[in-house]
Ligand binder design. Structure first.
Ligand SMILES: N[C@@H](CCC(=O)N[C@@H](CS)C(=O)NCC(=O)O)C(=O)O
Length: 334
C-alpha cells in the first residue's frame, strides 16, 4: 500500500518535467493546434486548474483533453473510464506509458496534469504551475474571441504574490495537515492553513475577486481547493476548524465562482471524493467514501454582484462545455 503520511511535516517534491510549449518553440515544442493532449483527472485540484483555464480561454479545439479515472494504482493514473481502458488518441492504458516515452523508467510521481506530444506519445511537461500561465500567455493565437485575460501584464506581480501565498498556505496547506506524521506537525499545519483562509476571507470582504475587479489565475488557484474543502479536506485531512460553508465571505465567493461558466461545470464531486478516500488508504484503511456532504447549496444565490466586478473584463463568458467533456449527471452540485 502506498504511504502518503510522512514522518513529520509533509514536503512536496516540486521538481517537474519543466519543458515549455511556447509560441516561439524555444524548448523544441512550439504551440501548434492539434499537436498536444492535456491529460487530467477531474479529481485532482492541480489538474482542475488546467481544465478551467483551457475552458475559459476556449482552447478546446486547439488542445484536446484526456480524462483519467478518479483512482490510480500505486504507480500510475489509468484511462479506465475510456472504452477498452485505453486513451482514444494516445492509445495507451496508463499515463506512465507517456512518461516513459519521454524518460525511460521515470522515477518520480506519474502526476496529472501532464501535456503529451501526440506524434511521439511523450510527456512534454507536468509543471502544473507553468502550464496554466502558458495557456494564457503562449497560446493567445488560439484563444476564443472574448477570452478573458487571466494573467494581465499590469497585474502580474500582484497575481504572483497572492498566488504564491495561496499555493504554500492553502493549496498545499491542506495536504500539509492531511499528511502530517506527528501531532505537532498537524497542529502547526492546521494553524497555518486557517490563518491563510482568514487572510483570503478578509481580502474578499470588500472585493469580488482576489486581484483587480476581474477573474484571474489567482481565483482559479484558490477555487480548486475551496471546491474540495467540505467534501474532502474538512474530514479526510482533518482541516476542521470550520467548514467552507461556515466562512460567510469565502462560501459566497466560492459559490460565485462555481456558478460562473467554466468553474463549477468542471467539478466532479463524486470523483473528488472517490479519489481521496480510496487512494490514501493509509489515512482511510476501509476506503469507505462518505455519502455527504449535501451539495445543492453550491447553487444558491451568493449576492456577490453587489461588490461590482466584471468577471470576464472586456471579454465574455464561455459557452457550455462540449458534450463529450460534460461532468456526468449526479456528479455535480445539482
Ligand atoms: N505534481 C504536482 C501536482 C500534481 C499532483 O500532485 N497530482 C496528484 C493528484 S492530485 C498526482 O498525480 N499524484 C500521483 C503521484 O504523485 O504519484 C505536485 O506534486 O505538486
Amino acid at each position: 500500500m502506498a504511504s502518503y503520511v510522512s514522518g513529520g511535516e509533509f514536503t512536496r517534491d516540486t521538481n517537474y518535467i519543466d519543458t515549455r510549449i511556447t509560441a516561439d518553440g524555444r524548448d523544441g515544442y512550439p504551440v501548434e493546434p492539434g499537436r498536444y493532449r492535456l491529460i487530467v483527472a477531474r479529481a485532482c485540484p492541480w489538474a482542475n486548474r488546467a481544465i478551467i483555464v483551457r475552458r475559459l480561454l476556449g482552447l478546446e479545439d486547439a488542445l484536446s483533453i484526456g480524462f483519467c479515472g478518479p483512482v490510480h494504482d500505486q504507480r500510475s493514473w489509468t484511462f479506465d473510464l475510456d472504452p477498452g481502458g485505453v486513451d482514444p488518441v494516445l492509445k495507451i492504458p496508463r499515463l506512465q506509458d507517456a512518461y516513459f516515452a519521454r524518460i525511460p523508467d521515470y522515477p518520480k510521481g506519474i502526476t496529472v496534469p501532464a501535456i503529451v506530444d501526440v506524434p511521439t506519445g511523450a510527456v512534454v511537461t507536468n509543471d502544473f504551475a507553468a502550464m496554466t500561465l502558458d495557456l494564457s500567455t503562449e497560446w493567445g493565437a488560439y484563444h476564443r474571441p472574448g477570452a478573458p485575460e487571466l494573467y494581465p501584464e499590469a497585474r502580474r506581480d500582484e497575481i504572483d504574490e497572492v498566488a504564491h501565498r495561496i499555493y504554500t498556505e492553502i493549496n498545499n496547506g491542506v495536504y500539509r495537515a492531511g499528511f502530517a506524521g506527528t501531532q505537532q506537525a498537524y497542529e502547526a499545519a492546521y494553524d497555518r492553513l486557517f490563518s491563510a483562509l482568514d487572510w483570503v476571507s478578509e481580502r474578499l470582504t470588500t472585493q469580488r475577486y482576489l486581484v483587480g475587479d476581474t477573474l484571474t489565475e489567482a481565483d482559479v488557484r484558490l477555487f480548486t481547493t475551496l471546491a474540495r474543502f467540505d467534501p474532502v479536506y474538512h474530514g479526510h485531512f482533518k482541516c476542521n476548524r470550520q467548514k467552507l460553508t461556515e466562512f460567510p465571505v469565502l462560501w459566497a465567493y466560492a459559490r460565485d465562482l462555481f456558478q460562473t461558466p467554466g468553474f463549477g461545470d468542471t467539478v466532479d464531486f463524486a470523483q473528488i471524493k472517490q479519489h481521496y478516500y480510496v487512494v490514501h488508504a493509509d489515512l482511510n484503511p476501509t476506503r469507505i467514501v462518505p455519502k455527504g456532504p449535501e451539495l445543492a447549496s453550491w447553487l444558491t444565490p451568493h449576492g456577490r454582484e453587489t461588490l461590482g466586478g466584471r468577471p470576464f473584463g472586456d471579454g465574455t463568458a464561455p459557452g457550455p462545455p462540449r458534450s463529450d467533456e460534460t461532468v456526468p449527471a449526479g456528479h455535480g452540485a445539482g
